[in-house]
Design a binder for this molecule. Structure first.
Ligand SMILES: Cc1cc2nc3c(=O)[nH]c(=O)nc-3n(C[C@H](O)[C@H](O)[C@H](O)COP(=O)(O)OP(=O)(O)OC[C@H]3O[C@@H](n4cnc5c(N)ncnc54)[C@H](O)[C@@H]3O)c2cc1C
Length: 391
């Protein structure tokens, strides 16, 4: 039987970040194997992501993870370049703009105080301030907004994934194209990972970073994750009137938009009651006409005349308990680790999560950012650590 010290299931941006950070740690010696069923990543969340990075969260650890994420992406050349090939990642630093009506203002103000305390540079604006900075915005029903001044914007998700993957390979990590069917357990240990064809690979430790596939894999050793596949759409539209340096803007209705080159992208999350488990990737174009466009046109009068260009769908690995990541060693297991449940903000968290899980694998504890509150313990206890700013 083949053996690897660390087997990572899922080679998306999270699995690849974990592989990179583990391999780059001089204290680690051994074989790292990433098992990825589809190296084209055609349906992976990473390849369908909007690539946003923001500090405007309500959970302190999320703010801190994104501060690290932004710094890492900006310094990608230093971390992820290959011999003879400099790797630069794009980072459009236009910020996020969260808008609030009077009802939403107290929460916005509370979040802003926390974000600022943790070192994020966020401006809190009244309607006059909003109009001055964003003359294209309709502020008639707004009470305020918060705008990220630095380290917020968006990168290219696929490039970040490939940069992690290629650097990990250069550092000696092996990627294997195969599907994991399950894991084998003896007492408190995962002894092997079983592939779809029946082959078993013995492991020193196993990491479940399989995105929406994580739940099925964990179930094979009796671990029930509250992580479900939830479909989200991204619509691309053109607007004739130029809108200068727009941030990723989140309307109080939940509709968001941001520039993408000369076009714009936009979307909205459904109400909880309508947000069903779903594994297909069909686009519901009706949503754009019925819900998104009216909200866009209300907020930005120039968006009354826009043209829908195309759209795609992707899946959030949605944590139904509290919309936060589930990270770390599973209680009751000596060598089984989780990194999933990202609920739509995993791309920006990938550097911090990669670093954190590598610390657990190599040193047995978090050494930089303490992410223990994201542990599976809270799921077992039924105690949510709720994130309020889910886009
Ligand atoms: C429409 C959309 C917009 C988003 N926008 C943002 C954003 O603006 N900012 C942000 O931070 N995040 C965003 N996200 C979320 C972000 O993309 C994800 O949180 C992140 O990509 C998760 O990475 P991952 O590696 O865990 O999952 P994935 O990229 O899905 O990778 C998991 C991998 O596991 C593999 N796999 C699954 N099962 C198995 C198996 N049994 N055997 C082997 N391999 C397996 C899959 O093939 C896949 O490649 C968005 C997501 C979507 C869908």
């Amino acid at each position: 039987m083949q053996k690897a010290e660390i087997v990572i299931i899922g080679g998306g941006v999270i699995g690849s970040a974990i592989a990179y950070f583990t391999a780059v740690d001089p204290a680690f010696q051994g074989r790292i194997l990433v098992i990825e069923k589809d190296p084209t990543y055609a349906e992976a969340a990473t390849a369908r992501s909007a690539g946003g990075i923001r500090q405007q969260f309500s959970t302190p650890e999320n703010i801190q993870m994104s501060i690290f994420g932004a710094a890492f992406v900006k310094a990608a050349a230093e971390h992820l370049s290959l011999p003879g090939e400099r790797i630069d990642l794009p980072f459009v630093e236009n910020g996020y703009l969260f808008l609030a009506t009077a009802a939403g203002l107290p929460v916005l103000a509370r979040n802003h105080a926390l974000q600022t305390e943790l070192g994020a540079e966020i401006a809190f604006l009244d309607p006059a301030g909003l109009r001055q900075r964003f003359p294209w915005l309709n502020t008639e029903d707004l009470a305020g907004g918060s705008h990220g001044l630095a380290n917020e914007g968006w990168t290219d998700p696929y490039s970040l994934l490939q940069a992690f993957r290629r650097k990990a390979i250069q550092l000696g990590v092996e990627y294997r194209k195969d599907a994991v069917a399950g894991m084998l357990r003896e007492g408190d240990r995962i002894t092997a990972v079983e592939l779809a064809g029946g082959e078993r690979i013995a492991c020193g430790a196993a990491v479940d970073a399989a995105g929406i596939g994580a739940t099925g894999i964990a179930r094979t050793v009796g671990v029930e994750l509250p992580v479900r596949p939830r479909k989200r759409f991204v619509f691309v539209f053109d607007c004739r009137e130029p809108i200068r340096k727009a941030p990723l803007t989140i309307d109080p209705s939940g509709v968001y938009f941001r520039p993408e080159g000369a076009s714009f992208i936009c979307g909205v999350s459904p109400e909880e009651a309508e947000d069903r488990d779903c594994t297909d990737l069909e686009v519901e174009y009706e949503l754009f006409e019925s819900a998104i466009w009216p909200a866009l046109a209300h907020r930005v009068p120039a968006f009354e005349a826009i043209k829908l260009v195309r759209a795609w769908a992707g899946h959030y690995d949605y944590n139904t308990l509290d919309q936060n990541a589930i990270l770390g060693r599973v209680p009751g297991f000596a060598n089984f680790y989780l990194a999933n449940g990202f609920s739509g903000h995993g791309l920006q968290q990938s550097p911090a999560v990669g670093r954190a899980i590598a610390e657990l694998l190599v040193h047995g504890r978090y050494r930089t950012l303490d992410l223990s509150r994201f542990g599976f313990e809270r799921v077992l206890a039924g105690q949510p650590l709720a994130e309020l700013n889910v886009v």
